[in-house]
Write a protein that binds this ligand. Structure first.
Ligand code: CU
Length: 122
């Protein structure tokens, strides 16, 4: 009986994790420009905030990723289509250079694709 209970609790935890990272409500896009005038993305609680970033195409830009999640999951941010990746320091803003690119949508994510966002160049 105790084993069934433990299994049930384990299953509930797994379901909660799945819900939290993949199925839960998407929090709305927040402010991209920080008080310091930088393009800043907060990395916290399983989401990039904001997770959709619109910028003009055709010019290089620096995005600042402020990581406040100590879990190793959030340690790297990858822009596979732009061949950009960066290791994010904890509790400070890490500059990530985005090269000049064609207009389009460029997804970015952590290594395990739990954190996900889209850079839109237009
Ligand atoms: Cu991850």
């Amino acid at each position: 009986m105790a084993i069934i209970l433990v299994n049930a609790i384990g299953l509930l935890i797994i379901l909660a994790v799945i819900w939290w990272f993949w199925l839960g409500p998407k929090r709305s896009a927040g402010q991209l420009v920080s008080s310091a005038g930088k393009l800043q993305i907060l990395v916290k609680d399983g989401v990039y905030e904001p997770d959709r970033i619109r910028l003009p195409a055709g010019c290089a830009v620096t995005l600042y990723f402020r990581r406040e999640d100590p879990s190793p999951c959030s340690e790297w941010v990858l822009f596979p289509d732009l061949e950009v990746s960066a290791e994010l320091a904890l509790n400070k803003a890490t500059p990530v250079e985005i090269p000049e690119a064609e207009p389009g949508e460029y997804p970015f994510n952590c290594q395990m694709q739990m954190y996900r966002g889209t850079l839109i160049l237009e």
